[in-house]
Design a protein around this ligand. Structure first.
Ligand code: ASP
Length: 591
């Protein structure tokens, strides 16, 4: 018997024909066991993969142990690698050309019958997976994602370090940062009645690091936002947070593009060309009905207001007369591909996004059909041909309403058509910058302007003169990075002069006392020589999910929370002892 303290000489998944006749020691889990009367076969699994172990009855001790093994027992095996006979080679396993003839098996630990087996390929209920996450993470698909995530993080760290960025950790216990979401609060024991906030982002710290002269900063930063969770959100998530000084925007964007190009190639093998396309917010909204357009397919939205302004169709005339627009999506060859039932579903989509309906028109063999058919004259069709390239076999969907409603509704219809017609394919990666976002929007409930990005974003130089007279028309030096219709990052150039930051706070309706209380230290810092700076934050979870082809963000996070913000394994959040609350000076209302 070999040295008992030696757990392994090889990874189970690494064995190949060149190891034939070698003595090996393996340790891992019983993935599957098959008892063929005379022989016992065990698939043993470790992080590197699976290999088949064969136990012959002549090896009496090992055989006796093998008979008692059950799935997920942890075992140690000593044996010899042999080539499998040609007819027993398993082409589905990387180790399928060999097996290990065992002469000693030790049980390192037993296991209950697991609620689901890591060897199963069937869909397992997600609640169950999250409740027993450590079993879920035994599955190779899950391990591969975690390993991939590690590799991506390493690649990003390496890339940024090579470009002179310094990784700095900023505090978790901090004060509210203005990213616009609700804060997670942490009560202070030493200062009863006072609370820390968990960072929604390291925004203020990273800007202060620029004032400090670090010039290039990054952090793999955990951020916390207490929002009502949508399907693709987590209350805590990871950002690649970046800030730099003295760098022109184009050079900064080029750097981010190069990094994303490397990451994409590493994960998917796909080479994405750069520079990435840039599109203004207004153009994105007009052409795609979204500020994070999926540009992997066409079906762009076309304005036909001018063409149909005298239409006999009252809805069109009315929309235009009241300052609205008429726009359409042309689906080439859609007439034969979209059924009545599909139209019903698309109509529902439009309505769910604010439209009153969805007018449509089919052009087949020169004949028009659909609710609009009787309103469209030959002449009008001719002009639609010109403006929107309409031709025989097409199907058209119209939106007629105020501009924002039409953008929203047709944007959603466009994505529904993508899914209905299967217009995108795995392996397509379309990056795109969306720029020139509005600086401000009006919040009718709070009756004041709020920053679209955050209050530290610099207005565009050429719009600055409109700040007091027409603030809503001022564009920001802000940019989002979009991949396949998802926002994967966002950032801006920052205000770096005190008087401008003060003016911005005033515009946002903050009183001098509020500014002093919340951001006094921050604007003060600007008085000590703040350099021109800017940055970005990239959503690591989302990036990995898209590149790895996972639709579920939870699949790329080791221990994620459910949609209601619960950790099903730990059962967090949970109650705490009354003494803990007393120490914090907190009493909990039960009604
Ligand atoms: N702090 C911003 C965010 O988390 C990103 C940035 O402006 O760098 O969205």
């Amino acid at each position: 018997m070999e040295d008992q303290t030696l757990f392994r000489t090889h990874g189970a998944g690494t064995l190949r024909p060149e190891h034939a006749e070698e003595k090996v020691i393996l340790s891992g889990w019983v993935h599957r066991r098959r008892d063929l009367g005379g022989l016992i076969f065990i698939d043993v699994r470790d992080r590197s993969g699976i290999v088949q172990i064969v136990v012959h009855p002549e090896q009496a001790d090992a055989f006796q142990v093998a008979e008692t093994l059950r799935n997920e027992y942890v075992i140690r095996i000593e044996g010899k690698v042999v080539r499998r006979a040609e007819e027993t080679v398993n082409p589905d396993l990387p180790t399928g050309e060999v097996e290990v003839i065992a002469w000693a098996i030790d049980i390192l630990n037993t296991a209950q019958t697991p609620p689901f087996s890591p060897a199963e390929h069937k869909e397992i209920d997600e609640k169950m997976r999250l409740r027993y996450r450590y079993l879920d993470l035994r599955r190779s698909a899950m391990q591969n994602i975690l390993i991939l995530r590690h590799q991506v993080t390493q690649a990003i760290r390496r890339f940024l370090s090579e470009h002179d960025f310094v990784e700095v950790e900023t505090p978790m216990l901090t004060k509210s940062t203005p990213e616009g979401a609700r804060d997670f609060l942490v009560p202070s024991r030493l200062k009863p009645g006072s609370f820390y906030a968990l960072p929604q982002s390291p925004q203020i710290y990273k800007q202060l690091l620029m004032v400090a002269g670090l010039e290039r900063y990054f952090q793999v930063a955990r951020c916390f936002r207490d929002e009502d969770l949508r399907a693709d959100r987590q209350p805590e998530f990871t950002q690649i947070d970046i800030e730099m000084s003295f760098m022109p925007l184009h050079a900064f964007q080029d750097l981010i593009e190069t990094m994303m190009q490397e990451v994409t190639a590493m994960v998917t093998g796909v080479h994405v060309p750069h520079p990435f396309p840039r599109i203004s917010y207004t153009e994105a909204m007009d052409r795609y009905g979204s500020d994070k357009p999926d540009t992997r397919f066409g079906l762009e939205i076309v304005d036909v207001s001018e063409t149909v302004k005298d239409s006999p169709f009252q809805v069109f005339r009315q929309a235009i007369a009241t300052g609205g627009v008429v726009r359409l999506i042309r689906v080439p060859d859609g007439a034969g591909r979209i059924s009545r039932k599909d139209v019903g579903a698309l109509e529902e989509t439009a309505k769910a996004h604010g439209a009153k309906g969805l007018a449509w028109l089919k052009i087949e063999g020169g004949t028009l059909s659909g609710p609009l058919a009787k309103f469209i004259s030959e002449d009008e069709l001719g002009r639609l041909r010109e403006v929107a390239g309409v031709s025989d076999g097409d199907m058209l969907f119209f939106g007629a309403d105020q501009k924002d409603v039409v953008r929203q509704a047709l944007g959603a219809v466009r994505l529904a058509l993508r899914d209905l017609l299967g217009l995108v394919f795995p392996g397509q990666f379309q990056f795109l910058w969306v720029t020139d976002f509005p600086l401000l929007e009006y919040d009718p409930t709070e009756k004041r302007y709020v920053a679209v990005h955050h209050p530290f974003t610099r207005p565009k130089e050429e719009d600055r003169h409109k700040l007091m007279t027409d603030p809503l028309s001022v564009r920001a030096e802000a940019y989002d990075l979009v991949l396949n219709g998802y926002e994967i990052g966002g950032g801006s150039l920052r205000i770096y002069r005190r008087e401008e930051q003060d003016a911005m706070f005033r515009l946002l309706g903050l009183s001098e006392e509020e500014v002093a209380e919340k951001f006094g230290f921050f604007v003060e810092a600007f008085e000590y020589g703040a350099p021109p700076h800017g940055g970005i934050a990239l959503g690591l979870d989302r990036i990995i999910a898209i590149l790895a082809g996972r639709s579920n963000l939870r699949d790329v996070i080791a221990f994620p929370k459910t949609q209601s913000g619960t950790d099903l394994m730990m059962d967090a959040p949970g109650r705490v002892r009354p003494e803990q609350l007393a120490e914090l000076g907190i009493s909990v209302r039960t009604n």
